[in-house]
Design a protein around this ligand. Structure first.
Ligand SMILES: NC(=O)c1ccc[n+]([C@@H]2O[C@H](COP(=O)([O-])OP(=O)(O)OC[C@H]3O[C@@H](n4cnc5c(N)ncnc54)[C@H](OP(=O)(O)O)[C@@H]3O)[C@@H](O)[C@H]2O)c1
Length: 228
């Protein structure tokens, strides 16, 4: 029998995060999700109802994340599984054509945003003595590629954050990074346009992804995982 888990999932408005919600709920788990879109959060809250919670939160805003995490832990307890999925990519262009603002935007959401989420949920997970954290990385967090320098920089940082944090968390917890593969989402369309349609949909990706995510345990601490 599967034990119901409390799963905190960032980036539930669109793409991979959105596609994970239904199969996780179907298996009896409780989701606390967020994204910047208020309308997407409201629509999901209407569809799924209590005890699931969908909130309008920008992960790069430390204050919003602090309030959100406190409300989530008060309602549903510490996460058994924390999926740091929310992210953005730069428009595909050589580094020297990307403004300082766009470079900072990608790093602020992908790196600072992930750290904001970890900082707020980790203390409750440490108190509980268990839980698994999955930081969404990328193939472009493990090798470089032209036209995505800001994104590569951010995802290499996510890998470093994950490796170092895995060395710090107490026994019973795990921190892993995940390269989810290449999936046809808004993010992929940003860099590859119509070329993105050659890749699987988020919905077909989500089924094997759920099996992998739910199978993780403290024994996986420090792993650099990939789904292909
Ligand atoms: N698709 C791929 O092929 C691929 C490959 C490798 C890695 N990844 C990684 O997988 C994760 C999901 O990617 P995706 O393809 O699903 O991207 P996506 O379709 O663009 O969706 C990104 C999600 O993140 C949310 N988000 C973005 N900025 C946010 C912020 N500041 N605060 C809260 N939520 C925010 C978005 O919702 P709002 O706009 O409402 O905030 C949306 O729900 C990302 O970490 C990405 O780097 C994807």
């Amino acid at each position: 029998m599967t034990t119901a888990k409390h799963i905190v999932l960032t980036g539930t408005s669109r793409g991979l995060g959105r596609a994970l919600v239904q199969p996780l709920i179907d298996r009896g788990h409780t989701i606390s999700g967020c994204g910047r879109s208020a309308s997407a959060a409201e629509a999901f809250q209407q569809i799924h109802g209590d005890p699931h919670r969908f909130a309008c939160v920008d992960v790069s805003d430390a204050g919003q994340v602090t309030e959100w995490a406190a409300a989530v832990v008060a309602a549903n307890g510490p996460p058994d599984l924390l999926l740091n999925n929310a992210g953005v990519i730069n428009r595909g262009a050589p580094f020297w054509e990307i403004s300082a603002e766009e470079f900072a935007h990608v790093l602020t959401i992908n790196v600072i945003g992930s750290a904001n989420v970890l900082r707020q949920f980790l203390p409750a997970m440490i108190d509980a003595g268990n839980g698994v954290i999955v930081n969404f990385s990328s193939g472009w967090g493990r090798h470089g590629a032209a036209d995505v320098v800001p994104y590569c920089t951010s995802k290499f940082a996510v890998e470093g954050l994950s490796q170092a944090l895995a060395d710090e968390v107490p026994k019973g917890l795990a921190v892993v990074s995940l390269n989810p593969g290449i999936i046809n989402t808004d993010m992929l369309k940003t860099v590859w346009g119509e070329g993105a349609t050659r890749f699987p949909s988020a919905e077909s990706w989500a089924l094997p992804a759920v099996d992998l995510l739910l199978g993780l345990s403290a024994a996986d601490n420090g792993k650099r995982l990939s789904l292909h």
